[in-house]
Every structure is written in structure tokens, then in C-alpha cells.
Design a binder for this molecule. Structure first.
Ligand code: NAP
Length: 293
């Protein structure tokens, strides 16, 4: 069994990006600038956005954090998005989800300029991804592809089972694993909460990508020997004995499933750090596109 070490690979990617940024600086060029918009005070969201902004600083990007109160109206947020769309200093930006209930998330994601949509959530970018066109691939699926690529995990002709059909992980992942390239060329089954006899399907899988958010969901008896496991789940489990008051766990019973797996991602330290690295990569791509326009 080999660990797919997202922490190590993400650090390599950040070093590669930092080297490119250093060259941009030497040439006197503008460096990439990422903005992150956060509405409200959700603890997990603030943690995620904080680490995205710190990662920007680490690779030499400029970054801007836009914090808006929980009471922000949809119109006010759309106005802020328009400002970011037209600001020539900003190469890409993200709107951290979830948004408060008074705001229509789809309307907000549609308002982001597709050329600055480094999360890849705009329908135009999602459509391009589905058609194998050059675009911003959502950071978490992009990170999974990169992990499979850097460890040269064979995907061609394999049966990949994706658990979860969210727009940000499961659905794009199912499209990407079925595309005609590497990583890809898999035969994909997309499963969800209405899937019957899910164990029957997972026991036939060569690769399982689990993105449902249910701790310990995938058990050893649900997988076959030599399976490749990508655990996307991140759940905070309350635990008074820890200083932070919780611990982080994935969807997979790591202790037992890892004994049968050929490759497996840990949680934490697997897909999570890759997500941030690929957001930076998308921002670098956005800068290059704007420079070449
Ligand atoms: P989501 O929008 O809540 O979607 C969860 C999906 O799982 C849904 O499609 C749901 O089915 C399915 N599901 C729920 N219970 C199930 C069950 N018992 N059996 C089969 N399918 C079931 O979740 P998400 O945003 O994709 O996130 C999933 C997990 O990944 C969460 O833990 C999240 O924190 C984590 N995540 C991690 C990263 C990272 O960087 N590592 C990034 C994003 C998300 P229905 O469609 O039928 O409801």
C-alpha cells in the first residue's frame, strides 16, 4: 500500500508556482492576484479562506480578502462581484460557500466573470470542462487528477466509482475520470444517496472517489483488494479532549481499508492540501491568460 501524499505533492506544486512567480518578478511583470470573498463568520469557512490567503503569500502572489457581514444582501454582494470583475489588478477570485440564506448562490456564481472564475464553478467553465476544452477545472477535482498523475496511478480501462454527485466534487470528478486522456479513460459509475446496494457497486471498483461527508462510510468489506482510494470527505467531529475541540476525519475507515488498498489518500493530508495548491495553479493560469490577451 502506498500513501498518496497530498501534503508533499501540494508543497512541490507550491514550490513550482513560487519559482514561476519569482521569474515574473525578475522580468518586472505583474504577479498573480487572488481575491477571496467571504460573507459571514462561519468558523470552517474563515479557516479555509485564511489558509488560501496565506498560501498566496507563500508563493509570492498578491491576495485580497473581502469580508462582508452575515446580513449582506444579494444586491450588495453582486455589486462587490462586479467591482472585482472590472478591477484589472485582480486576476481571479473566489466566493467562499456556503452563502447566507438571503443570497441565491447560483445567481452569485453566474455573476463571476468566467475569465476570473478560478474555482471553475461558472456554467461556462463547467461546460468547457465537460467538452474537454481548456478552462479552470474546479480545484478539488483538479487536485485529485494531479495526485493520480504525479503518482502515475493507472486509470485507463479501470472501473471508477464516485460516491457523491455535488457540483463541486462528485459530478465534475465523474466527468473528468471518463474523459479521453490521462488521468481518465475510466469506466465511471456515479453513486449518491438514492443508489441501491452501493456495496455491490463499490466492491467492483478499481478506483473509489468518496465525496459524501459521512465519517467512516466506506468500510473494508465494501472494497476489493488493491483498490485505489481517494477520500475527499472532511468532517469535523467534536472532541473535548483536543485543544481545538474537534478532530478532522474522512469518509473512509482508513485503518481497515488501507490494509486492502494499493493506494490511499489520508485525511488530513490528502486531497485537502491539493485543493489549495490547484486554486493557486488556476490563479497563475488566469494571470497568464490575461497577460496574453
Ligand atoms: P454535498 O454537496 O453535501 O454532497 C454530498 C453527496 O453525497 C450528495 O450527492 C449525496 O447524495 C451523497 N450522499 C450523502 N449520503 C450518502 C450515502 N449515505 N450514500 C451515498 N451517497 C450519499 O458534499 P460536497 O460538497 O461534495 O462535499 C463532500 C465531502 O467532501 C464533505 O465532507 C466536504 O467537507 C468534503 N470536501 C472536501 C474538499 C477538499 O478540499 N478535500 C473540498 C470540497 C468538499 P444526494 O445528491 O442524493 O443528496
Amino acid at each position: 500500500m502506498e500513501i498518496l501524499d497530498g501534503k508533499k505533492i501540494s508543497n512541490q506544486i507550491k514550490e513550482e508556482i513560487a519559482a514561476e512567480v519569482a521569474q515574473m518578478k525578475e522580468r518586472g511583470e505583474k504577479v498573480p492576484h487572488l481575491a477571496a470573498v467571504i460573507v459571514g463568520n462561519d468558523g470552517a469557512s474563515l479557516t479555509y479562506v485564511g489558509s488560501k490567503v496565506r498560501s498566496c503569500e507563500r508563493v509570492g502572489f498578491e491576495s485580497t480578502m473581502v469580508r462582508l457581514p452575515n446580513t449582506t444582501s444579494e444586491q450588495e454582494l453582486l455589486k462587490k462581484i462586479h467591482e472585482l470583475n472590472v478591477d484589472p489588478n485582480i486576476d481571479g477570485f473566489i466566493v467562499q460557500l456556503p452563502l447566507p440564506p438571503q443570497i441565491d448562490t447560483q445567481r452569485v456564481l453566474m455573476a463571476v466573470d468566467p475569465d476570473k472564475d478560478v474555482d471553475g464553478f461558472h456554467p461556462m467553465n463547467f461546460g468547457k470542462m465537460a467538452l474537454d476544452m481548456s478552462t479552470f477545472i474546479p480545484a478539488t477535482p483538479f487536485g485529485i487528477l494531479e495526485l493520480l498523475d504525479r503518482y502515475q496511478v493507472e486509470t485507463q480501462g479501470k472501473h471508477t466509482v464516485v460516491i457523491g454527485r455535488s457540483h463541486i466534487v462528485g459530478r465534475p470528478m465523474s466527468i473528468l475520470m471518463g474523459r479521453k486522456s490521462f488521468p481518465g479513460n475510466s469506466t465511471v459509475t456515479l453513486t449518491h444517496s438514492r443508489t441501491k446496494n452501493i456495496s455491490q457497486i463499490t466492491t467492483q471498483a478499481d478506483i473509489i472517489i468518496s465525496a459524501l461527508g459521512v465519517p467512516g462510510f466506506l468500510k473494508a468489506e465494501m472494497v476489493k483488494d488493491d483498490v485505489v482510494i481517494i477520500d475527499v470527505g472532511i468532517t469535523r467531529v467534536p472532541d473535548e479532549s483536543r485543544e481545538r475541540g474537534y478532530y478532522i476525519t474522512g469518509d473512509v475507515d482508513f485503518e481497515n481499508v488501507s490494509k486492502k488498498a494499493s493506494y490511499i489518500t489520508p485525511v488530513p493530508g490528502g486531497v485537502g492540501p491539493m485543493t489549495i495548491a490547484m486554486l493557486l495553479k488556476n490563479t497563475l493560469l488566469a494571470r497568464e491568460r490575461h497577460r496574453n490577451r
